[in-house]
Design a protein around this ligand. Structure first.
Ligand SMILES: [Zn+2]
Ligand SMILES: [Zn+2]
Length: 276
């Protein structure tokens, strides 16, 4: 069964196109046809006028044409070593199975993981969300796709679709884009897993979560998301977001998806906070 929505078809087509052209997408090497070459020419012209900025140092990327400066690539700290089996945070005690947060909290999602330690990429995420640096999504998505492939292989996840955490419509209009959706689209291009933005809806705005306790976050998120029925549709989902902190947002999304008929819900984020 193909996607019914036009947007879904476009995303699926782009993912197929990306696969045909190699992992790195639009300017992939193998089998580039004429339209692909034209697109590369146009892209190069745009790069000359508006040079792509590096997600780490925010200066024009060197060498140009890359997604990130060569010397900046290793600066953000990747989550490595022993990780929590539930949320994927790095563990201080390598013999432990779960982090302190996951021992105290019963999460709704099955499991998940992130690419970077939040503190090491905080500035980049701020600019991505609040300074209009949507272009950062290309490199972020490349890193997230690689992480997702590893997790799916190691932990035998199944995924029918990527579901970005939705923004409240008014906030999305103010920002001009939903950062989670941009990330999901980039991951989709590289993995071929379709994005579904039509399933999960944010039905009301929530206050900023930053300085709230876990309990306050959960109270604030109650009823914030609604998922349309997925009974006759995709059933295993991966929630995509920029940051995982306490997991309250991912849990609220997972709860709505399970309520609508999902059989499994995992998550993938760009960054994750330290183990509590
Ligand atoms: Zn740089
Ligand atoms: Zn954990």
């Amino acid at each position: 069964m193909g996607e019914k929505r036009r947007g879904g078809e476009n995303i699926t087509n782009r993912a197929q196109e990306a696969q045909e052209n190699g992992r790195d997408g639009f300017c992939g090497s193998a089998g580039s046809g004429f339209p692909e070459k034209m697109r590369c020419v146009a892209k190069t012209a745009v790069d000359l006028i508006y040079p792509r900025r590096c997600p780490v140092c925010d200066r024009p990327v060197r060498p140009s044409g890359s997604l990130i400066c060569r010397e900046c690539e290793t600066l953000p700290v990747r989550v490595a070593g022993s990780t929590c089996r539930r949320c994927g945070k790095a563990l201080a005690d390598p013999t432990a199975e779960y982090c302190g947060d996951c021992l105290r909290t019963r999460h709704v999602f099955e499991s998940g993981g992130a690419v970077f330690e939040y503190h090491s990429i905080q500035g980049a995420i701020y600019r991505f969300k609040y300074d209009g640096r949507a272009e950062y999504a290309d490199w972020f998505g490349q890193e997230m796709a690689a992480r997702l492939c590893t997790m799916m292989r190691q932990e035998r996840w199944h995924a029918d679709a990527l579901v970005p955490v939705p923004l409240y419509e008014k906030r999305r209009r103010q920002r001009g884009y939903n950062q989670a959706a941009l990330l999901a689209q980039q991951v989709s291009r590289r993995t071929g897993i379709p994005v579904r933005e039509d399933i999960l809806v944010r039905v009301r705005a929530t206050d900023p979560m930053k300085n709230k306790s876990l309990d306050d976050r959960r109270i604030s998120l109650q009823g914030a998301f609604f998922a349309r029925s997925v009974e006759d549709n995709r059933k295993s989902f991966i929630i995509v977001d920029d940051i995982f902190t306490t997991g309250a947002t991912v849990d609220a999304c997972a709860e709505a998806l399970y309520h609508a008929g999902a059989v499994s819900v995992h998550f993938l984020t760009l960054a994750i906070g330290g183990a509590g």
